[in-house]
Design a protein around this ligand. Sequence first.
Ligand code: XMP
Length: 562
Amino acid sequence: MNVDKNKAEQTPDESHRVTTSGDIEVSTYLEIAEAGGEQPVAQKEAAPAIEREAIIVIDFGSQYSMLIARRVRECQVYCEIVSHDTPWEQIAPLNPKGFILSGGPASIYEPSAPLAPSYIYENHLPILGICYGMQVLAKQFGGQVTPGTKREYGHSILHLSNADSPLFADLSPSSTVWMSHADKIEEMPPGFTTLAYTENSPIAVMGNDNGIFGIQFHPEVAHTPEGMTILKNFVYRVCGCRGNWTMGNFIDESISKIKKQVGKGKIINALSGGVDSSVVAVLLHQAIGNQLTCIFVNHGLLRREEAERTLNTFQLNLGMNIVYVDASERFLKRLEGVIDPETKRKIIGEEFIRVFEEEANKIGKVDFLAQGTLYPDVIESASSESKASAKIKSHHNVGGLPAKMKLKLLEPLRNLFKDEVRQVGAALGLPEDMVWRQPFPGPGLAIRIIGEVTKEKIEILRGADWVVMNEIKNANLYRQLWQTFAVLTDVKSVGVMGDYRTYGYLVAVRAVTSDDAMTADWARLPYDVLARISNRIVNEVSGVNRVVYDITSKPPSTIEWE
Ligand code: XMP
């Protein structure tokens, strides 16, 4: 196979589409194996910042709250999301410079409608209310909101009536905005004036002289092209933020915090080669060097060359302390005769824990277990609104392991979004292909082999998967796709090669786009890419004589076949 890996992996793509953990695998093993175990209490880390400053999003249940926080952070200002009933004591240490009230599904005139906590008004800090958040402001300041007779949804043109407002600096006099509301403000509270309007909303933006603004549309979504200008104006011109949230600052502050917290203690980390566990490992290594030991368990279900590449990067290039365990035979033995997907997962999870514990015990006294928990997991754990998200999130909850092994949990990435983790990884010098790796499930190829997992089938799947990866990377599609892989079905069909009749395996190719793995669409791959993949698989992978492309979305399918 003649693929120039460097060339294949140079895929300049600026999309920031990834929001969930790319290497949920390790924690999944732990979670599955220890389901029901005692949950460790995670230490709440304060927001990392050199000179602390933060914007706080008060969340009223909007689907966009996370996006608001990401946008504010893109302005280099640290931002956290808290629910509307969060006590002030939890927020004060972050040194808030302003608040954003999110949208939400409620109607403000309903008796049970959630309101903003009184401290946001008592602190006299700037406030930006977005959509429902604007209605909250109107109500709490004594204005009038009425149920809209018709819902305004989609694009509108915003016209500025007071272009001198600091919120509108550098904004066009008329610009496109994204609306999604039914209720509207009938009467503004005392002291507020209209700053902008649309055809259907005479009060599309209102404000007073104390830096309190309400906007009816969503500045955080891509459909509001000048929305970032508004958010930037709010955080810099209205709140007076200085913008010190950079990944460089994050790294500096994390390193000194880790040093202080860990002292002379010892840390173990389950390294998987995925983005999150890799970034955690490198960050910790920079902070405390050889007090960190990474345990890399090879369960024999990795992609071709995956174990070697991970070892090369961490052991040879970065000189880290790695315990490498090739446990392939153990896992394979335990998987013998197993067909049911959930049983496969459970077995792999249990075995992983066993191997991990055995190795950890050999190291001697250990004080901390490091984990690649990310901010979306933290937020999702705090709200139990979505069952689907709860499921994804549960992959990250390490079961009882730290408690059982008397370890303290260290989660240096728990305040970061996925794209920030990638930036940290790049800033720490991790290779590009590692920083941009697509997610890979913990049970690995076992859940991409339908039916029993055998050595022969793993080799066939590795061959097919290698071709898919090569071709997708050569076509510069790797970063645009959430996941791309091959599945070895348990179907055999008849074919013909030369003068011979063949009876071989059917391989399915899966490529999906997604933002967060909760929903996904099958990728419209170019026919010529599909043709090359199919052609190469049947020619290069013996035992396979037919290739199909999976054209189902999630839902109703899942991304993985098992
Ligand atoms: P599904 O197949 O549920 O996958 O649409 C959603 C995302 O989760 C990954 N996945 C797993 N990850 N252990 C993991 O660590 C698992 O058992 C597992 N099952 C699915 C999948 O690759 C996709 O990114």
